[in-house]
Design a protein around this ligand. Structure first.
Ligand SMILES: *[C@@H]1O[C@H](CO)[C@@H](O)[C@H](O)[C@H]1NC(C)=O
Ligand SMILES: *[C@@H]1O[C@H](CO)[C@@H](O)[C@H](O)[C@H]1NC(C)=O
Length: 194
């Protein structure tokens, strides 16, 4: 009998809430990583979307993001204190959850944003990438943790060495070969130390 009720619940939930994708963090490093998610379209911090956690070696954690969001960024922090603050790399203003969307995190990011190139080009998609592109003409962002990002459809990009391929990760703003896009929804896996 319980199976006759479950589908009704699912229909009601999807009618009330917009669809979402999941950012799943996997820590394959031998050390603890503090993953974070923030929103900063055009570099403007917006705390309406944010997440932070502590992830010991071999741990995983996930966070859901509305498909329509733009300027979503995720990264890993290392060497944080017991409050998830004052991290050695990837640090933000705030504690385990950042107050500034990580705009000064100064490390490799996974980035996600809604886009619609029109019906002949697949309609609404999530555009995503790994990025070490400089901020405000500064230096290339450091690779603080070797990183791989896999989309919901299995497309994968990675930056695991200091000279990571420019069709895998933005090193400069015009490395458009690093851009990927996928159907809305699903799960993105951001792996530390793949
Ligand atoms: C971050 O914001 C929280 C509340 O939103 C506040 O308690 C905390 O002091 C802030 N931290 C910093 C470092 O600004
Ligand atoms: C990476 O993708 C995000 C989301 O689509 C976008 O906002 C960002 O500008 C892209 N990064 C670069 C360096 O173009």
């Amino acid at each position: 009998m319980k199976f006759s009720i479950a589908p009704l619940v699912v229909v009601a939930a999807s009618a009330l809430s917009a669809s979402a994708y999941t950012i799943r963090f996997v820590n394959n490093c031998p050390y603890t990583v503090w993953p974070a998610v923030g929103k900063a379209p055009n570099g403007q911090p917006d705390n309406s979307v944010r997440f932070g956690a502590r992830l010991d070696s071999r741990g995983t954690t996930s966070f859901g993001v509305n498909d329509r969001e733009i300027g979503i960024r995720a990264w890993g922090r290392t060497g944080c204190d017991g409050n998830g603050a004052n991290c050695a790399t990837g640090r933000c203003n705030g504690g385990i959850v950042c107050n500034d969307s990580g705009i000064t995190s100064n490390c490799i990011l996974s980035e996600y944003g809604w886009g619609d190139n029109g019906p002949q080009w697949g309609g609404q998609r999530t555009f995503w990438n790994l990025s070490r592109a400089p901020v405000n003409n500064g230096p290339t962002l450091p690779l603080n943790i070797p990183t791989r990002l896999t989309g919901p459809d299995g497309q994968t990009v990675a930056c695991t060495g200091s000279s990571c391929p420019r069709d895998q990760c933005f090193i400069a703003d015009n490395d458009f070969g690093a851009v990927r896009n996928s159907a809305l929804g699903g799960t993105f896996t951001h792996t530390f130390c793949p």
